[in-house]
Design a protein around this ligand. Structure first.
Ligand SMILES: Cc1ncc(COP(=O)(O)O)c(C=O)c1O
Length: 442
């Protein structure tokens, strides 16, 4: 048994227990204590842990070939998975670039957008506009697009100075207005920044359909993404959606953006694509965007593990499982129950806002529900709620800074798609008990 002293941990002084095994919606530590995986890891585990079909698909592929590089080989799992993803995607989004995770996917989308314009002779277009209160990954390109101060600040000198527009946050509107009479200045902000920076310099706009780590389920009102789509089209700017969390059924649609009836140009995915059974990401591209790459020098980009046979076989088995068990439809249906049940949490003094869709829910905590005043960041309320949930046998995600980069406390819930009504009741009950315990200690 190793004591783990050689691990370069992400968080200093981590006191996390050691996981022993996981099955269905549960994880177990070495002492046998059971935890509900209420966050699906980190918005990853969709079909549940330890599903035999996935194990069998991985083993079957390993018995044939685990690694083959596209420099030398095509491989059947790569071909099959890209076909499945294309069939899962909105109409006309039929070309799929494989990678190993979310940051690689958004980084790929950034380079793809740049080269798309270069190939069409628009060589000054390179900037990607994004939003504050967003997270697009931790590599330097993806972090340049990320609007989350806590993850950016240390590395700011290394980042591209990409423009950011206001977050779409109806609970703390950055413009002090109210939907629908607001006329959505948060969407119009895109046009303003394009004109300020010069449309000839802007390659793309990127947004999460529903914000994850940076905003706790911030959800755009009806019409927002339609306005964004129109502005992108007006200035020959590609619309990228970051569906690393919201993709592959998490919100009750194949992709989150489908809730708004808008078709983007590029979709970035990761997490739920493999349900965590293997590192995997994919960038799904509209035919129009692929067109300039059809002939000529191709795309000047790629990763060693892009199209990896083993990972792709796992991804295919996961998508097949989602389809065979109609899990997207299930999330749509059970998501309604989940959100209805969660309304009980409004009884609690500090629960200000409950938002999201399907099996992706954010809860925001406030000191005062009337004024929506946040807690001081130093109170670490979200961290305390998450730690208390964990002690009570439920894994949730905690986040801070959703309002202005510093203030704003939320937790995220993203349980496996296989949860029953009883499981969802238990999730909400543990959240309620845990928040009460935190409130009592305030
Ligand atoms: C919306 C979004 N984009 C990108 C990423 C980065 O993904 P990864 O951690 O797999 O690189 C994440 C991760 O949390 C995410 O939530």
């Amino acid at each position: 048994m190793s004591n783990g002293e050689h691990i370069f941990f992400r968080s200093a002084g981590s006191v996390n227990p050691v996981i022993d095994r996981a099955d269905g919606i549960y994880c177990y530590d070495e002492d046998g204590k059971r935890y509900i995986d209420g966050m699906g890891g980190v918005g990853v585990v969709s079909i549940g842990h330890n599903v035999p079909e996935i194990r069998e698909a991985a083993l079957k592929q390993m018995e044939k070939v685990s690694f083959a590089h596209p420099f030398h080989w095509k491989n059947q799992p790569h071909m099959e998975l890209t076909e499945r993803i294309a069939n899962f995607s909105p109409a006309g989004m039929s070309k799929v670039f494989m990678c190993s995770g979310g940051s690689e996917a958004t980084e790929t989308a950034l380079k793809l957008a740049r080269q798309y314009h270069v190939e069409r002779g628009n060589i000054s277009k390179y900037k990607v506009v994004s939003r504050w209160s967003s997270f697009h990954g931790n590599t330097l390109g993806s972090l340049s697009m990320t609007g989350m101060r806590s993850r950016r600040d240390i590395f700011a000198p290394l980042l591209q100075d990409f423009p950011k527009i206001a977050a779409c946050n109806c609970y703390h509107c950055p413009f002090g207005r109210e939907y629908p009479s607001c006329n959505m200045p948060c969407a119009e902000d895109l046009e303003a920044i394009i004109l300020r920076e010069g449309p000839e310099n802007i390659a793309a706009f990127i947004a999460e359909p529903i914000v994850g780590a940076a905003g706790g389920g911030l959800t755009a009102p009806d019409g927002y993404f339609k306005v964004i789509r129109e502005i992108c089209d007006r200035y020959d700017i590609l619309m990228i959606v970051d569906e690393v969390i919201t993709g592959f059924g998490r919100t009750g649609r194949n992709f989150g953006i489908e809730h708004w009836g808008v078709i983007p140009d590029i979709i970035c995915t990761g997490k739920g694509l493999s349900s965590g059974y293997s590192p995997l990401g994919a960038v799904i591209v509209a035919e129009k965007v692929f067109e300039p790459f059809r002939t000529g020098r191709g795309f000047s980009h790629g990763y060693t593990f892009g199209g990896n046979p083993l990972s792709c076989a796992v991804g295919s088995a996961v998508l097949k499982y989602i389809e065979d068990h109609k899990l997207v439809q299930r999330v749509a249906q059970m998501g309604t129950y989940f959100f209805e049940k969660a309304q009980e949490l409004y009884e609690l003094d500090i629960v200000g806002d409950i938002r999201g869709k399907g099996f992706f829910m954010g809860l925001e905590f406030v000191q005062d529900k009337t004024t929506r005043k946040p807690f001081a960041a130093s109170d670490n309320i979200a961290g305390k709620v998450a730690d208390t949930c964990f002690r009570n046998g439920l894994i949730v995600g905690a986040g801070k800074g959703g309002i202005d980069g510093v203030n704003g406390d939320h937790i995220n819930l993203a349980p496996p798609f296989t949860c029953t009504e009883n499981d969802l009741d238990e999730v909400i009950d543990i959240v309620k008990t845990s928040i009460r315990q935190v409130q009592a200690a305030l």
